[in-house]
Design a protein around this ligand. Sequence first.
Ligand SMILES: [Zn+2]
Length: 369
Amino acid sequence: MDSERDSQFDRDRHLWFLELMHCDLPSEYQAQEINRLTLAYFVVSSFTILRALDRIDKEQVASWVLSFQARPRDDENLENGKFYGFYGSRSTQFSADNSKELLHHGGHLASTYCALAILKMIGYDLQCIERESILVSMRNLQQPDGSLMPIDTGAENDLRFVFCAGRNIRMTLTAICFMLSDWSGMDREKAKEFILNCQSYDGGFGLVPGSESHGVLSVHLCLSGTGGATYCAVAALNLMGFIEDDLLFTSASPSLMNVQLLLEWCLQRLNADGGFQGRPNKNSDTCYAFWIGGTLKILGGLDFIDKGALREFLFTCQSQYGGFSKFPRHLPDLYHSYYGFCAFSLLEEPGLNPLCVELGMADVAALGI
Ligand SMILES: [Zn+2]
């Protein structure tokens, strides 16, 4: 191992790794075929953060992404219970045949978030897509308690998907509405109530009311298998306009949630090796440098941590093949590579674009995209 390279952000190798993921995705990702749009989101968003978006053909990518949009038939009522968002991949685009044996698979909230985020990053005008079918049918996903389902046929209805349309469901839903600049697709008050009910006694947020606090509440849990609601809760509340930036210092009125306890919970996720864990008694993991670091950034508390120590931890996860691994000296994967890039952007690594932390992607508005 090259000790000098191990203490520098290795942009050239990261770009080589991303080119590989873009052009020749390794066979280990076969099981993620249904999440194709999410994988593409990681690649395009990584190129954006690394200021290398010129490496992709934007027109080709836009046309590929748009081909995944679910469209209602002429005679279908948008309030028929189905969700007309984006499919995750080609293999879920079944057409109903004459015998009606194959059901038309509906869109997924996470795929919809990723599709819109990719289009936004490559400069596609979101005013040009068929927005009404997304926004109207998205209301079919919100449950009476304010929670959201990612697809119209059910599945988990926890905090992840509030964000997709903001990044967990509730956060995914929030993010989608935010990107489309139209909140008619969700009931913000109900979503807020659900999120606030998820704050635990220890200050962090669980995926559902009464559950254990977690560092991340994201659509990307689909890939990582890890969970946590805290980032998604805080980011969704921020996107919906219920909390302001730098909440620790700028809030004149009593906050909706226990901010001091939340701050303590976040700071307690720091391990002795300088990295962040997602839950108590867990090892440091690259992605939590963003999930917890991003939460602290929104709260205005990122300066309370030892940024140098966090950088040192992240360098132990930087692969000699480019990209980042979950744990030190493991093989890299796309998910942890992306959140490694996000973490270095949070730490203001020279040569990287700034983040819109609450969306978890490059700040396209600041970049003039
Ligand atoms: Zn992780």
